[in-house]
Ligand binder design. Sequence first.
Ligand code: ADP
Length: 218
Amino acid sequence: MKKDFAVIGLGRFGGSICKELSDKGMHVLAIDSDETKVNEYKNIAYHAVGLDATDEDALKEIGITNFDHVIVAIGENIQASILAAVILTDLEIRRITVKAQNDYHEKILNRIGVHHVVHPERDMGKRLAHSFISNNILEYLELSNEHSIVEVIAGKKMIGKNLITLDVRAKFGCNIVAIKRGSEIDVSPEADEPLHEGDILIVIGADQDINRFEKAFI
Ligand code: ADP
C-alpha cells in the first residue's frame, strides 16, 4: 500500500526528502511557511501548501492526521520545530520524524515522544570521519555506540582467499554479510568463493573488531 507523507520545512534537508520521495512515486504534501518555497515545490510534490506548522488549527485543517508519516525539517527555528513536534505527537500521527539541529534539540524531541529523531549533519560528519581515518572504508553506518556496518575494500592479503580461510567470524568476531563486485552485490556470499581485487565487503560487528579485521589484511 502506498504511504502518504507530509514534509514540513522545505530547506536543503526537507527539500531533498520531498524530491526523493516524489521521484520514487510517493504522495507527498510539501509544507512551508514561505510561499516562495511552496511555489517551488508545487511542480515537484503531489501537493504543496503554505502554512505555519506551529498553528495546530491550520495543520488540522489540511488533515495532517490522515498522513502515515510526517517529517519535520524545520532547520534554524528550533522553537518552531519543537512546537510542531509537540502538536504532531499530541495529534497521535502514526509516524513522526524530526530533524534535530543539536544534541539539546535531539534530547527534547526524544522526551516529547517523537518516534524518530535524525541528526544529519552530525551523522554525516561521523561517517565521513570514519572514511577519512581509513582509506579502505567507503561507507559507515552506526548501529549503536559500539556497533556498525561498514563497506570496506578487500585488503591485499585477502585476494584469492575465501571466507572459510579468512575465518573472520572466529578470528575477529565480525561477519561479512555481503560482497559487492562491480555493479553486482551478493547478499549471501558463498564461503568457498575466492575474493577478487576491488571486491567490497560489507561487514557488521563491534567497531573494535571491524578495526582489527581491516588492519589485519591491508
Ligand atoms: P536546512 O538547514 O535543511 O536548509 P532551513 O532552516 O534553511 O533548513 O529551512 C527550513 C525551512 O523551514 C525553511 O524553508 C522555512 O521557511 C521553513 N519553516 C521555518 N519555520 C516554519 C514554520 N513554523 N512552519 C513551516 N515552515 C517553517
